[in-house]
Design a protein around this ligand. Structure first.
Ligand SMILES: [Zn+2]
Length: 182
């Protein structure tokens, strides 16, 4: 079934059905990711996922010429979690910038970004996730070859290796659930 062929049947909400997001859970009921309804339909139709029956679950009706499908707000993968093979990526410009949200970790600038070793390499600092941060050219040259405590500069966040994307998503998901229940 082609995604373009899907005709959105609008039930109760003002949003077009195909703009809704579906939360995918792993086989072990861990929330993994939020996907758009077209991808959810593909997973359901190909048997790679099933509906998760939460009592408050909202269902959206999606129609194609040959089929009417109820798509719930939560679905669960029926096979193993493909993300389990994820490994912490090697320290690279691209991955560090991504972790730091493309923001200088000293001043918050998003321009002229470079990599900075918190403990300079000349002083034995390693090229590791907990010693490499995104820094703009200005902050990088201001800090120079000094240790952090020899400057007046402060790191906005403590650098650490990126989390497994599913764990990061689950973390955020439960936080949101909690705040919407309060
Ligand atoms: Zn900066």
């Amino acid at each position: 079934m082609q995604a373009q062929q899907l005709q959105a049947q609008h039930q109760s909400r003002q949003l077009p059905v195909l703009q809704n997001q579906v939360v995918v859970f792993s086989k072990n009921y861990l929330p993994l990711a939020q996907i758009n309804i077209k991808r959810a339909v593909v997973l359901l139709v190909t048997g790679q996922a099933e509906s998760l029956d939460f009592s408050s679950t909202q269902q959206w009706e999606v129609r194609s010429p040959s089929l009417v499908l109820q798509v719930p707000e939560h679905i669960r993968l029926t096979s193993g979690n493909p993300e389990r093979h994820w490994k912490v990526p090697p320290v690279s410009r691209r991955e560090v910038f991504r972790r730091d949200n493309h923001t200088c970790q000293y001043c918050g600038s998003t321009k002229h970004l470079t990599l900075d070793h918190v403990i300079p390499r000349s002083k034995g600092g390693a090229h590791t996730w907990d010693n490499v941060v995104t820094a703009c050219e200005k902050c990088n040259s201001r800090k120079g070859d000094r240790l952090l405590h020899e400057t007046s500069m402060v790191l906005r966040t403590k650098p650490k290796a990126p989390m497994h994307p599913a764990i990061a998503f689950a973390d955020q998901f439960w936080k949101e659930q909690q705040s919407s229940n309060n």
